[in-house]
Design a protein. Structure first.
Length: 357
């Protein structure tokens, strides 16, 4: 349990980033159509708040902007299975350590023994429990690793966040998740969670933006399990944030340089793009094409590249809400969240969004 620390300024006090959210506003399914979600338009200079359907973003973005999107692709890495004893287990694959061997979080794993054979997805994906790692996860070795990706695509489930309940789900539900918990521009496989601000876009919306003269710049940041890691210290400055891998192709780096040359305002689609852009800004020369970032953004922070942000509504007390608060202001953000609640906006991954300009 944390207790308020009166010696901490509110911007550094974790308790200052909590709000009461009615549970029925946590979106369990996506909007009927991607671009028919709702969008709150906010001004960094004023307290003005406007409400639009998302497809109006074409008219809301000024001409002198450039859109930066994250083209990471979510892997279907949630595996339902059983032990040799018949006991049910569930695994979430995190990352491939060496070919065929994956770090995984395994639920109901207390009695699993090293060397035990495990079976997932109705025996379509067998594995061996190689080692329990120091952080409590397991190292699993999969047979025929050269075809594992194909089998994951065919049999595994989408790794949804824990606040989306799929305890009772139909094949139709799982099929919808496979399609909708993925941006329309996802290309680079490697994420275990979607960059959710991008879920609202359609190919048609992107085409209209480009016809308007707004460049679309793609970066890749593979969202990891750390994005869901809670902050346990009341002084947010003491939190150790996770690292995530990012890369930018030379063609997209050229587009970024061109946008800066033309003095366009960079609009980041989601906190992942903010992390990439602000990590690049910390370098003396804007040239690195890949690397790991552990940038931790909270108030106060001077943004160097990002001048606009499209983002969903985030969990209280999370590193994501801290980042948005740094960009927009903590008090203004919590006010906007309250307005969103009063107007029945849908929250979190499958929810609605806000555009901050």
């Amino acid at each position: 349990m944390s207790f308020p620390d009166a010696s901490l300024p509110p911007d550094w006090n974790l308790d200052s980033y909590y709000f009461d959210l009615p549970s029925h506003l946590i979106a369990q399914k996506p909007a009927a159509k991607r671009d028919h979600s709702r969008m709150m338009l906010l001004s960094r200079q004023t307290m003005d708040i406007e409400h639009y359907p998302f497809y109006e973003i074409v008219n809301c973005l000024p001409d002198n902007t450039a859109l930066v999107v994250n083209n990471t692709k979510v892997l279907p890495t949630r595996l339902l299975g059983h032990r040799q004893t018949g006991g049910k287990i569930e695994a979430l694959l995190l990352k491939e350590m060496v070919p065929g061997r994956w770090e995984a979080i395994v639920k109901r794993a207390k009695r699993i023994k090293v060397g035990e054979c495990l079976s997932f997805c109705s025996d379509a994906i067998p594995a061996i429990a190689v080692e329990r790692l120091e952080n409590g996860s397991w190292l699993l070795e999969f047979e025929h690793h050269e075809t594992l990706m194909e089998r994951l695509e065919q049999f595994a489930l989408t790794p949804l966040p824990p606040y989306i309940d799929r305890s009772v789900a139909s094949e139709e539900d799982h099929g919808q998740d496979r399609e909708r918990y993925q941006t329309c521009y996802a290309q680079q496989a490697g994420a275990i969670a979607a960059p959710t601000a991008g879920l609202h876009f359609t190919a048609s919306i992107l085409e209209k933006l480009q016809e308007k003269g707004i460049p679309i710049i793609e970066v890749t940041l593979h969202v990891g399990i750390g994005t869901f890691a809670p902050i346990h210290c009341n002084d947010i400055r003491q939190h150790q944030i996770h690292s995530e891998y990012f890369k930018i192709s030379s063609a997209n780096m050229n587009l970024l340089h061109q946008a800066l040359k033309e003095k366009r305002k960079l609009i980041a689609v989601g906190t992942t793009c903010v992390r990439v852009l602000e990590s690049l800004a910390q370098q003396e020369v804007l040239s690195a094409s890949s690397g790991w970032t552990n940038i931790y953004i909270y108030p106060p922070y001077r943004f160097q590249l990002v001048q606009g942000l499209l983002t969903n509504f985030h969990l209280p007390g999370s590193t994501l809400i801290l980042l948005v608060a740094a960009f927009y202001g903590r008090k203004k953000l919590l006010h906007a969240y309250q307005v969103a609640i009063e107007n029945q906006y849908r929250y979190y991954s499958y929810g609605d969004c806000m555009l901050i300009l």
